[in-house]
Design a protein around this ligand. Structure first.
Ligand SMILES: [Zn+2]
Length: 339
């Protein structure tokens, strides 16, 4: 239906009908995909937000700039909008973000997205990583009950960096566990049976106790019952944290103990992850691997109907997102001791 026809229909309605239609439309708008992007604006307008610069609760409205509401912090005196620091900052075509997220969810390639949304490929790439950077550290829950943890490896790839590329074959694809060298990037995958999960890019080569501590140390507690393979670093980690630990040694054909202790959930996550990185994305640059792990987390965690809503809900308030996004390369270098 043409908008003009809608308007014509509207003006011919009785006043009461117009009123109720308007309020229904407003509700529809608030819960629409696009309305979700505006949630953060509402929060600030309702005095439930904080200054992205200093965290203060004290701010006031301070005029508009190109229709965007500005605020001024009365503590640090700096200005901000609902988008400052978030992945939505400096994105002008915000009406394309929901369609973009939907295409990203469908696993569409950058070329496909570029074609469908008529944006350039660089923009499509930048948005992908801004979004992924914004969904880091969403999970604050601790692991409770049986918790599986196991690492998997991807070959180190400098794809997309300024340095000389290695042979085309080595494009951040996964590798077998045997014969681990420091040309391989370890990713620690951990999950309990209540859908709390964690995907952390850990180090180059074999993982140590410190890598495990850095990855999941804050998420284990008394109630955590750890299941791992025979890797000695996990033993040390469990001892340090005084948690129950069950070791499954595949070399001794120990796959399941007492019908419940096993690491088959994380191992099947490994294979879904590898399939996605290797076959769909055809390998990724290692510096972006954590970002892809963030997206993988979202893919594993949320089901279809709520998917987009949850991502937006979780990401629009992250005012550290742009900083993290700009810092991707440096953080990777520090983590891998390449700096
Ligand atoms: Zn402030």
């Amino acid at each position: 239906m043409e908008l003009s026809a809608v308007k014509k229909y509207f003006v011919n309605l009785k006043p009461e009908a117009q009123e109720s239609l308007l309020s229904e439309l407003q509700d529809l708008k608030d819960t629409s995909d696009y309305g979700l992007l505006e949630r953060h604006v509402k929060q600030l307008d309702n005095r439930q937000g904080t200054c992205p610069h200093c965290g203060s609760l004290h701010y006031k409205k301070n005029g508009k700039d190109k229709k965007v509401q500005k605020y001024k912090c009365t503590s640090c005196n700096r200005s901000f909008t609902a988008y400052t620091g978030t992945w939505l900052a400096h994105i002008h075509k915000k009406h394309l973000l929901i369609p973009y997220l939907k295409l990203m969810k469908q696993g569409k390639s950058l070329d496909k997205i570029k074609e469908e949304l008529k944006i350039n490929k660089k923009t499509a790439f930048d948005w992908r990583h801004k979004i992924n950077a914004s969904i880091a550290e969403l999970e604050n829950n601790s692991f409770s009950g049986i918790t599986e943890s196991d690492e998997t490896f991807f070959s180190h790839s400098e794809k997309g960096s300024n340095k000389l590329e290695r042979k085309a074959r080595k494009r951040g694809k996964s590798v077998k566990k045997r014969g681990i060298t420091d040309k391989q990037v370890a990713v620690i995958v951990s999950a309990d049976r209540k859908h709390t999960m964690d995907f952390k890019v850990a180090c180059l080569g074999r993982i140590t106790k410190d890598d495990i501590t850095l990855a999941i140390g804050k998420k284990v507690e008394e109630r955590t019952v750890l299941c791992t393979d025979g890797h000695v670093s996990y033993k040390g980690f469990a001892l340090d944290n005084s948690i129950e630990h069950h070791v499954l040694r595949a070399d001794l054909k120990q796959y399941v103990k007492q019908k419940k202790y096993h690491i088959q959930h994380v191992n099947s996550m490994h294979s879904r992850m590898k399939n996605w990185i290797d076959k769909q994305l055809l390998g990724v640059a290692s510096k972006y691997l954590q970002n892809y792990m963030n997206w993988f987390y979202i893919k594993e965690k949320f089901a279809e109907p709520e998917f987009i809503e949850r991502i937006i809900e979780l990401s629009v308030g992250n005012t550290k997102a742009i900083k993290d996004y700009r810092d991707i390369e440096r953080r990777y270098a520090v983590l891998m001791n390449l700096a």
